[in-house]
Design a protein around this ligand. Sequence first.
Ligand SMILES: Nc1nc2c(ncn2[C@@H]2O[C@H](COP(=O)(O)OP(=O)(O)O)[C@@H](O)[C@H]2O)c(=O)[nH]1
Ligand SMILES: [Mg+2]
Length: 229
Amino acid sequence: MASDSQTPATSIVVRRTVGEQAAVDAEAERRRLAARGTLVVNLLSSPGAGKTTLLEQTARRMGSDWRIAVLVGDLETDRDAQRLQGLVPTAQLTTGGACHLELPLVQRGLAALGDPELDFLFIENVGNLVCPASHDLGEHLRVVLVSTTEGDDKPGKYPKMFRTSQVMLVTKIDLLPYVPFQVEHVIADARRIQPQLEAIPIGALQGEGLDQWQRCLIDARQRLTASSS
Ligand SMILES: Nc1nc2c(ncn2[C@@H]2O[C@H](COP(=O)(O)OP(=O)(O)O)[C@@H](O)[C@H]2O)c(=O)[nH]1
Ligand SMILES: [Mg+2]
């Protein structure tokens, strides 16, 4: 039997799948931004549920007290970024047809803003209740919006989106008198999938529920800074 010194060295190459590497990268980004005190909020919904409107109102309410920036994902056009211009530093992330955002594009958007020190970084994902649920952007808070015009049966039909979110905003509650939609039904349906889900009904245009939304953000950031210090 050969002695140890004669044994040829054996090298083992450990390869990660693309998915595993993406998870490692997202976790590294999450930790990097947590250490800086930046709460990253990933906003997801079907098209038109009210993500940009919510961001406009959030920037108006919080922009003078907190350092905020927004990365806006879209298939084409910079229309949402234009709506936010003048309210908050914004970078448009154009996916060129892809149905969701991925971390490298988010990191390019943040670099385009100069990777500033922030209290809150909002990411408006591409409008879609399916694909964005499968992509970790390094966020600390995943927020799904469901509007009163979409029907109160959507959580059960798109379970991954609701299972992976911490907060659900029920939007456009000013339209409740005109549409067949029960807020308690949508909340019960979502909590069957994700019992811990925090649910906040809002009407962003009129400002309903925005105090609670703002408290939710500030509390989440406080928890983040407490746990990373
Ligand atoms: N009635 C009502 N309409 C809203 C509200 N929030 C957004 N909208 C409208 O819904 C449409 C889509 O909103 P937008 O913010 O662009 O949705 P996004 O595609 O998710 O970014 C726009 O016409 C908004 O004015 C709301 O609270 N109430
Ligand atoms: Mg939008």
